[in-house]
Design a protein around this ligand. Structure first.
Ligand code: OGA
Ligand code: NI
Length: 365
């Protein structure tokens, strides 16, 4: 794969440039702070994967991705909510929820804490810069920096919450209380959503919980700073999420797009809403009833950062076998995927770059 302008320059040693950047531990924000007026060539994506307009010039965000009001879930609105979420999960693989019970103050404090970490002096942040995910807490630019063909314009903090949480004092104090609280809130919301999604499949309410789908929880908090050349790179390349369900919080800066019928739809920032999307494992567990859909984030030229906090809900039992639920298969509708263990699944995810629908295709029968 060639890299736009970079390929014509025979002298450009991409591998060395990537390594030098990673060794510097300054992150993308550090490049911006140092006054970079252009992006390093290894961030340039092939033109066919780039949008032809940046958020500042794009048409207004579309309203197609459903926004589901969860109020009245435990009373007379339940069947309406189950249907809205089921339909959205089949058609878009994405929806937003409002009146989900997580207080606005908690949302704001969580975003502020992630912002505060990233806006510390580079010397402070770089102490946490590592690719060692076994530590349970890490800060780095692109977990797939050394696997991908082109780097993306964002820095990310990962925290493993469950089943193997980090030592408490390994979590930077600047966001410790906030992210631990966020885990509790998103776990609770995740449980409610999994009950609804199970109902929508016509299986018993506790089905996804019993498959341990609330027990593997990882946070990826992204910081997308100002980009001097936003039309040459991306914030996140097009991908699907590997897990069961993702609960995503975004601040007011646009950039997230979802593929629908070969078009990219903007996921409009709605105050206090959370974005929910179906991951590859849930598409496979549901035997294709629910769809794991490709999405990406555009780089942006705004001075304010875009911040988003994803919590990935995954199965927590590494030794179990996962595959289409037997209740959803029949002689007329056979299983579309083979079974796998989580160990096998995660190994495969970690050796590849973040791209398209390659996990789903790998396990397809
Ligand atoms: C992700 C992701 C979107 C965003 O972390 O998998 O798609 O808005 N994030 O940051
Ligand atoms: Ni994603």
């Amino acid at each position: 794969m060639t890299l736009g302008a970079a390929n014509s320059d025979q002298d450009y040693d991409r591998t060395a440039a990537v390594k030098q950047f990673d060794d510097s531990k300054i992150g993308v924000k550090g490049l911006v702070d140092s006054g970079a007026a252009t992006i390093p060539p290894f961030f340039i994506h092939p033109p066919e994967t780039l949008p032809n307009s940046t958020p500042s010039t794009a048409p207004p965000a579309s309203d197609l991705i459903p926004v589901v009001d969860l109020s009245g879930l435990d009373s007379n609105h339940r069947s309406r909510i189950v249907k809205q979420i089921r339909d959205a999960s089949r058609e878009f693989g994405f929806f937003q929820v409002i009146n989900h019970g997580i207080p606005s103050g908690v949302i704001n404090h969580t975003i502020d804490a992630i912002k505060a970490f990233n806006e510390q002096p580079t010397e402070v942040k770089s102490q946490y810069y590592t690719r060692d995910l076994l530590r349970g807490v890490s800060f780095a630019t692109n977990f797939d920096l050394f696997q991908s063909k082109a780097a993306s314009w964002r820095d990310t903090i990962h925290v493993n919450f469950s089943p193997m949480p980090p030592e408490i004092d390994h979590i930077p104090e600047i966001f410790r209380r906030e992210v631990l609280e966020w885990d509790q809130h998103t776990r609770r919301l995740g449980e409610v959503l999994m009950e609804i999604l199970s109902e929508g499949l016509g299986v018993k309410q506790e089905r996804l919980k019993e498959l341990s789908c609330l027990e593997g929880r990882v946070m990826a908090a992204h910081y997308y700073p100002y980009c001097p050349q936003p039309d040459l790179t991306l914030g996140v390349t097009s991908h699907t999420d590997p897990g069961v369900l993702t609960v995503l919080l975004q601040n007011h800066i646009r950039g997230l797009q979802v593929k629908h019928e070969d078009e990219w739809l903007d996921v409009k920032p709605v105050p206090d809403a959370l974005i929910i999307n179906i991951g590859d494992i849930l598409q496979m567990l549901s035997n294709n009833e629910y769809k794991s859909v490709e999405h990406r984030v555009l780089a942006h030229p705004r001075r304010e950062p875009r911040i988003s906090i994803a919590v990935f809900l995954n199965p927590g039992k590494t030794e179990n076998l996962y595959g289409p639920m037997p209740e959803l298969t029949s002689p007329e509708k056979s299983a579309l995927y083979r079974q796998f263990t989580l160990v096998e699944y995660m190994e495969r995810f970690m050796i590849k770059e973040l791209d398209g629908k390659s996990m789903i295709n790998f396990f397809r029968l």
